[in-house]
Design a protein around this ligand. Structure first.
Ligand code: GLY
Length: 346
């Protein structure tokens, strides 16, 4: 595959790095430009603009020569610690008013762990890591996941909603209608399915998916979320499902997803993206083909929902694609520290 260094005619690498340093962190204007940056490692990528803070935390591990698995856990914990966010215990509840968390983690040896429907535990990503590191299993759910967490020293948090979640839930109860729509342009902020969680007015988000390649070239990934707002109690999304919300193959690359998890599960989304990269597609094209598969299945329905894929190959080249406008991702390496808009199909 031929990638030039900058994607800009007559711009050499030195000038480009100078420009990059002047403008970072900044929103890149063209994703094609982003995907042509010089490959580098270590590197960490996360979904959404909130990924900037997540990447910063992961970077502290990577820059010291740490392992990618430790970096992704540290990054995911950062956003789980936030209270006004759709990830972690500050997130929106299910239709019964209960916050249930999904998370998964996967390392360069295809070791993986996951939890689903986890209640009152602050760091589902670390519980998923514990499942991976200390049990013969991959996925623990509901009460069993919580029991495992408590037995392993994770404290039980108070049974309460964040102020934002409380308000949104009260609003939602007026209609009790479940219509998952995420980050579709022109959707009013603050509606029940477009929560504006951030006081600075930054776009709404759902899942935090991230992956990192460390200095040794090993790739790991993680995902954490409170899932779709006002879901049925017991519903599990793509974020707890290896091959749906996250997949890592250290010989090929990694992919993660955000958006309506059911659509991602139906096509084994991130596994599909990694397989497309194995066949030689660039990360961006691999994501695009997965998005096309979702849209082709039901184009009318696809117009009402959002799914975004983010991928990186073994060379550290990356790209993203979404069903609709609105998906962005964050990248941190020695070369850049930026938010990039994803291309989109519809
Ligand atoms: N992508 C998050 C979810 O569907 O729960």
């Amino acid at each position: 595959m031929a990638y030039n260094l900058t994607g800009i005619p007559n711009m050499n690498r030195r000038n480009f790095l100078h420009l990059s340093a002047l403008t970072a962190p900044a929103l890149a204007t063209q994703n094609s430009f982003a995907s042509k940056l010089a490959p580098t490692k270590p590197i960490v990528l996360s979904t959404w603009d909130s990924g900037m803070a997540v990447n910063a935390e992961a970077w502290k591990v990577l820059v010291k020569g740490g392992r990618s698995i430790d970096a992704v856990e540290a990054g995911a914990r950062q956003i789980e610690d936030m209270q006004n966010c759709c990830v972690g215990l500050g997130g929106y509840p299910d239709r019964d008013g209960i916050v249930t968390l999904d998370a998964c983690i996967m390392d360069h040896n295809a070791n993986c762990g996951a939890v689903a429907g986890l209640e009152r535990i602050k760091h589902p990503i670390s519980v998923a890591r514990k499942v991976m590191d200390t049990t013969p299993h991959v996925l623990l759910v509901g009460n069993g996941a919580q029991q495992f967490a408590l037995q392993n020293g994770f404290p039980k948090e108070p049974d309460q909603l964040s102020d934002d979640a409380k308000k949104a839930y009260a609003d939602w109860l007026k209609t009790s209608e479940y219509k998952p729509q995420i980050n579709i342009e022109n959707q009013p902020k603050g509606g029940p399915f477009a929560p504006a969680f951030f006081p600075d007015g930054s776009p709404n988000h759902d899942t935090m998916g991230l992956f990192a390649m460390d200095a040794a070239g090993n790739i790991s990934g993680g995902v954490t979320t409170s899932g779709m707002a006002f879901k049925l109690h017991g519903r599990v999304g793509d974020s707890a499902v290896i091959g749906a919300g996250l997949f890592v193959d250290n010989a090929v690359g990694a992919a993660t997803s955000s958006g309506v998890g059911e659509e991602v599960i139906r096509i084994c989304g991130t596994h599909l993206v990694v397989e497309f990269m194995r066949q030689g597609l660039s990360p961006e094209m691999a994501c695009k083909k997965a998005v096309e598969r979702i849209v082709k299945r039901d184009r009318v329905k696809a117009k009402t929902l959002q799914v975004g894929f983010l991928a990186m190959n073994k060379k550290g080249e990356y790209g993203a694609y979404a069903v609709q406008k609105g998906f962005v991702f964050s990248v941190k390496s020695a070369n850049e520290n930026k938010i990039h808009p994803s291309k989109f199909l519809l």
